[in-house]
Every structure is written in C-alpha cells, then in structure tokens.
Design a protein around this ligand. Structure first.
Ligand code: BTN
Length: 329
C-alpha cells in the first residue's frame, strides 16, 4: 500500500514536470500539484537524482528537469507519456531471463491491461518457433505488453498485426524511415530485421484471458555488437538511421500508437488495421515461398484474410491459407 501511494505521488510529480517543461517549479508549487508535503517532494526529487535524472535547482525559482538518465527507467517513460492505459503500469528490471516470463507471472498476479514489462538485458530472450532473441544490455527495447481483450482466441493473431503497424508507425515518426513488414510480424529496414514480435496467449475455449505481446526492437546496436551469424540478416535503427535514438522516447511514441490502433480495432474491428498492415507489407503482390512445418508453398502473396491469415495463390490458381510459416521472398 505504502509503495503504491509513493508510486502514485511519483507519477503526479513527473506529470507536473512534463506539463511545465520550460518552467521552474517551486517546492510549494510541486507540493500543491502533487498533493503532498514539501518534504515529500524533496525526497522524490532526491530519488529521481539517484536514478540518473539531472535537475537544476535555482533559489526562489525551484526545480527543472534538464537531463533524463541514459538507461531507460520507468519514471523516464512516465515523463510526458500521453496514453490513458497503455504503459500506465510499468514493471522495469535490469536483467531478466525474458520479459515474457515476467509478464506471465504478472498476468497470474492480476496485472491490468496495458501493463508493460521492460528490461535492459535478457539472458534467454525468445523468438518465434523457439528461436533465441539476442538482447544485449542498454541497446534495444525488450518489452512485453499485457492486454486483456474480450475476444475469442481465434482473433489473437490480429493483435500481432496491430502491434506490427504500431511499431512501423513509431519508427516512422522517430526517424522518418518507413520499415516494411514481412508476414506475419518481422519488421525490416533495407531488407534486414530490426524488430520481432512474439505473441503468447492464455485463453478459455471461447474467450481470451490475456495476451502477452513481446516486442524486441534493435535500437542502438552497432554491427560489431551482433554475433557473426546475425550480421547478414539483422540490423538496428542506429545502423540504418546513422545516429543513436533515445529508447525511452521511442517507447513512449510506440505506446501512443499502440493504444490508438488497439482502441480503433476494439471500436471498428480489424478492417482499418488490415488496410494499414497491407500498406506496409513487403510481400503482397510478390512471388514468395512459405516454409511451413508440413512443407513449402510457392506463389503470389494475395494479402491477408480478416483473421490475419496469409493467402498465397499457386501456379494452378489454388489459394492456400497459411497460418504459420517462414517466408522467403
Ligand atoms: C521473433 O521475431 O522471433 C520474435 C522476437 C521477440 C523478442 C521479444 S524481446 C521482448 C520479449 N521477450 C522475449 O523473450 N521475447 C520478446
């Protein structure tokens, strides 16, 4: 309880700073905005300093945040976050096995919709089809998002596609570069993978209980940070954009996009998302090969169904529905 009160106060304090970014705020003004004593304000400011925030303090004027920490902290994400529920609860850790694993535990403990889990490093980051996900320290965004939509389990793949669109739009806003989506959920820049998405679900027979969407974005790695075998196929935003990006800023933009698209989807269904997804998809209209566990299908990618299933028309005019595969272009 005491912790919850402290973290609510911290959120209010950060909101006060983000709503008045150009101004100094006096201890009294902060205490009034937050609804606590000046001593409590001072204690929170000391905590922020310990986290790596730099605050300028000027006599008779008050405090102003002038620099946020190098590592991504929950408070930095809260500072200026413009969402209603996405990322409003943040669980952040330095090192974890996998943020997915932490998210599963939090789901079990009743975490609310929009809760995010972030880590600076994952020791056993995991990808689709049981692959490993390389997640070195301080370079990327390793994040899981918990959603609790009231939908049947068959709709779960649509949430992956929503997330892919949100990531593309966030990268577009931060860098001006438009990545492409390779079905179902690889995000590529110049033909190399910059983001992977892994969706895991807990469901009853007719209803989703919760969905955990794992998002891995390669942000600030340089080529030499990748193991030899990944260099031909993986890239980072910094490599493609030519300079490093503020990871906390990208997380905030992504959370805004995700909340907007998810709300649009709950309101209007999958169709508007499908159009957006297809506009970013690399493979639509092209000849591709889908390698599934039962064999390969080659032909022209026609698009996706309303359930997010890939349609491929082979040379005999037969349309195949592909649910899970690796795609070769
Ligand atoms: C893929 O392309 O195979 C999906 C990769 C998903 C990686 C992310 S990083 C955050 C979350 N935690 C994990 O262990 N995996 C996902």
């Amino acid at each position: 309880m005491a912790n919850r009160v402290q973290s609510e106060l911290r959120k209010k304090l950060l909101d006060a700073f983000s709503n008045n970014q150009e101004e100094f705020l006096s201890g009294q003004a902060l205490a009034d905005l937050v609804g606590c004593s000046r001593t409590a304000v001072w204690k929170h400011i000391e905590e922020l300093r310990k986290e790596g925030f730099e605050l300028e303090a000027v006599r008779r004027k008050g405090y102003k945040i002038i620099k946020t920490p190098e590592r991504v902290t929950a408070d930095e994400i809260r500072l200026g976050l413009k969402t209603e529920f996405m990322g409003r609860h943040i669980h952040s850790e330095d090192v974890v096995d996998s943020t997915q694993k932490v998210a599963h535990r939090l789901v079990f403990e009743g975490a609310s919709e929009g809760t995010i889990i972030i880590a600076e490093e994952q020791l056993s980051g995991r990808g689709r089809m049981d692959r490993k996900w390389h997640s070195p320290k301080y370079t990327g965004i390793w994040m899981s998002v918990i959603l609790r939509p009231n939908l049947p389990p068959a709709k779960a793949p649509q949430l992956t596609l929503i997330t892919a669109v949100a990531v593309v739009q966030a990268i577009e806003e931060m860098t001006g570069m438009t990545p492409e989506i390779k079905w179902p959920n690889d995000i590529l820049l110049n033909g190399k993978k910059v983001t992977g998405i892994l969706t895991e679900m807990q469901a009853d027979a007719d209803r989703i209980q919760s969905i955990i969407i794992g998002i891995g974005i390669n942000v600030n790695q340089q080529l030499e940070d990748y193991p030899e075998e990944l260099r031909p196929i993986a890239t980072s935003l910094a490599i493609e954009y030519g300079k490093k990006l503020e990871r906390a800023e990208l997380i905030k933009v992504l959370l805004v996009k995700l909340e907007k698209l998810y709300s649009l989807y709950l309101d209007q269904g999958f169709y508007p998302i499908k159009l957006l997804w297809e506009s970013y998809a690399i493979s639509i209209g092209k000849n591709i090969t889908a390698r599934t566990i039962t064999g390969s299908i080659s032909g022209q990618a026609l698009g996706i169904t309303d359930d997010g299933v890939l349609m491929i028309e082979d040379s005999h005019g037969i349309v195949h529905h592909v649910y899970s595969a690796d795609i070769e272009l």
